[in-house]
Write a protein that binds this ligand. Structure first.
Ligand code: ZN
Length: 133
């Protein structure tokens, strides 16, 4: 799937963002190993810390649908440069591997693609939980 197609799906999801507090709408689209696409948008909360980012909503949809592999994720917002995932989302992404294409985009049609492993160097992931036994 071309990055532009996944970005287009993220832009669609962004329209449904629930962002009454920040007004900062974000959309995401995850490409699963089956080739299916899952959309997500940010979902804010009056208890700010309970807010969910678009990337994590989309990832949750993919996992709930039974996807076992995550190939790519596009994230888009109306930002000056491309929209980059926050630290929590980088951590959640690395759970599914260091080779996910993270397509960071904005509403001006710009995008940049970086591997999930490159977005979170020295990450703490599933491998780190293995004991020496
Ligand atoms: Zn995030």
């Amino acid at each position: 799937m071309e990055p532009e197609e996944l970005i287009r799906r993220a832009v669609e999801a962004r329209e449904r963002a629930y962002a009454p507090y920040s007004g900062f709408k974000v959309g995401a689209a995850v490409l699963g190993g089956t080739g299916r696409v899952y959309e997500g948008c940010n979902v804010e909360n009056a208890s700010y810390g309970a807010s969910l980012c678009a990337e994590r909503v989309a990832l949750g949809q993919a996992v709930a649908a039974g996807e076992e592999a995550i190939e790519a994720v596009a994230v888009v917002a109306d930002t000056e440069g491309v929209c980059t995932p926050c630290g929590i989302c980088r951590q959640v992404l690395i759970e599914f591997g260091p080779d996910i294409d993270v397509i960071m985009a904005n509403m001006r049609g710009e995008h940049k693609i970086v591997r999930s492993g490159d977005l979170l160097p020295y990450a703490f992931g599933p491998e780190n939980l293995k004991t020496k036994e």
